[in-house]
Write a protein that binds this ligand. Structure first.
Ligand code: NDP
Length: 453
């Protein structure tokens, strides 16, 4: 049977665009449908605008520190409207780059929603049908609210980049990446931030010591963090125009804005997947094997729509592995082991491998850890502490986990991630000469374990 295309990709985010482009470069006839903006969550409403907001929010500290270093400057006011205009101009530019990557490589694009009609047929929103030998689902995910009374009054991370003005006060609900990053960003931009998290400590799943330090530092910088606390219901407060929030700790408080960062769900609703036999999991995710193949052989899925590891570089890797498997004749499973990652809180966390808790549940370990005041911040009179931690296997001496809490931890963990991925032992770290004076030199100078487990 002759197909219109060799590959039809649904979703123009990081994963979908990469797979489409690389497949087309290899000679495949490729089409891609995107109903929203090209670039997906990462470029349009995630990593990129978030990181630009992180930069904006950190200048408060920079100005204060500069004074301590002898500069005669004073903090000014933050111009949200001016920053937002530049932010969106940058996102428009990046969206243009993504579109060009596709057109420049001969990928045909359809700026509309697409759903599946059968195992080899996509139906576009205008009713046209296109056939393809392979279909790749890369439709991403979307923020979800918890389903409580009055939740329509709250925004999510999607809307935070479009606020008309910065609120005076904001409640952020959740304790994951997004909640913690935005608590720090908005606090830095001068918003009075309160954060409710239902559990005992934010950033569940990360190393306990790292989570504890970040929570402490966030509070010291002004975030009012309430653990073991959740929202019961919300209503409009007519007097102030804000939102009245009743919470499980008995409080009733008014906030100018409320933001839910209570997780994300795969974008699979209304795609016609179950009708044609594509199995979905409990969270609506496409169930795939290690080659990203769904239960329908001609349909693969990558990125957040599979709810495996919801990170842009992972979606890109999964897309590359898919193209290599299907169009390169070289079956390549996804590799989700030892993924380094950063949380852009203030201070940042950079982490790769197992937490102390997960490692000690797995095997006997040694823990090397140091906590100190970095030179730059100490000189400026700030109390900030940094943390460097290695988890080492007692059996084979391999570094099982590396956790860094420090300014720039995201940059540091990329490098440490290479060593850990290569299977470096503690002794490999030890025989590496320190770069002095830096914060990261501590990672190669820890001589004695602080404990064993
Ligand atoms: P997460 O799954 O990381 O966190 C969701 C948070 O909301 C958790 O603290 C969870 O609590 C809480 N929660 C869930 N349901 C409820 C509820 N009904 N009521 C109250 N609280 C609730 O999701 P995020 O939205 O923060 O981020 C989504 C994904 O995006 C991340 O997992 C990550 O992969 C990616 N991401 C990565 C970033 C980076 O690399 N820097 C930045 C931002 C996002 P509990 O812990 O108790 O389940």
């Amino acid at each position: 049977m002759a197909f219109d295309y060799d590959l039809f990709v649904i979703g123009g985010g990081s994963g979908g665009v990469r797979a489409a482009r690389v497949a087309a470069q290899g000679g495949a006839r490729v089409a891609l449908a995107e109903e929203d903006r090209y670039g997906g969550t990462c470029v349009i409403r995630g990593c990129v605008p978030k990181k630009l907001m992180v930069y904006a929010s950190e200048f408060v500290d920079t100005v204060e520190d500069a004074r301590a270093f002898g500069w005669d400057i004073a903090p000014g006011a933050f111009d949200w409207a001016g920053f937002r205009t530049r932010l969106h101009a940058e996102l428009d530019r990046l969206e243009g780059v993504y579109r060009k990557l596709l057109s420049g490589n001969g990928v045909e694009t359809f700026d509309m929603r697409a759903k599946l009609a059968d195992a080899h047929t996509v139906e576009l929103a205008d009713g046209t049908r296109k056939s393809a030998r392979h279909i790749l689902l890369a439709a991403g995910g979307w923020p979800v609210k918890p389903g409580i009374k009055g939740e329509d009054l709250a925004i999510t991370s999607n809307e935070v980049f479009h606020l008309d003005h910065l609120p005076e006060s904001m409640l952020i609900v959740g304790g994951g990446y997004i909640a913690c990053e935005f608590a720090c960003i908005l606090n830095g931009l001068g918003v009075k931030v309160t954060q409710y998290y239902r559990g005992a400590q934010i950033l569940r799943g990360f190393d306990d010591e790292a989570r504890g330090l970040v929570a402490e530092e966030m509070q010291q910088r002004g975030v009012e963090l309430h653990l073991g606390t959740n929202v019961l219901e919300m209503s409009r407060d007519d007097a102030s125009g804000g939102v009245l929030v009743k919470s499980t700790n008995g409080d009733e408080r008014v906030f100018d804005k409320v933001m839910f960062a209570t997780g994300r769900a795969p974008n699979t609703a209304g795609l016609g997947l179950e009708d044609i036999g594509v199995e979905l999991g409990r969270n609506g995710e496409v169930m795939v094997d290690t080659y990203s193949q769904s239960t329908v052989p001609s349909i693969h899925a990558i990125g957040d729509v599979t709810d495996r590891v919801n990170l842009t570089p992972v979606a890109i890797r999964d897309g590359m592995a898919f193209v290599e498997t299907i169009f390169g004749g070289n079956p390549t499973p996804v590799d989700h082991a030892l993924i380094p990652t950063a949380i852009f809180t203030q201070p940042e966390i950079g982490t790769v491998g197992l937490s102390e808790e997960a490692a000690s549940a797995q095997e006997p370990i040694e823990v090397y850890c140091t906590s100190f005041k970095p030179m730059q911040q100490a000189f400026a009179g700030r109390g900030d502490r940094a943390l460097m931690k290695l988890i080492v296997s007692r059996e084979n001496r391999k570094v099982l986990g590396c956790h860094i809490v420090a300014p720039g931890a995201g940059e540091m963990i990329q490098m440490a991630g290479i060593a850990v991925k290569m299977g470096a032992t503690k002794e490999d770290f030890d025989r590496t000469v320190a770069v002095h004076p830096t914060m990261s030199e501590e990672i190669v100078t820890m001589k004695v374990p602080v404990r064993t487990g």
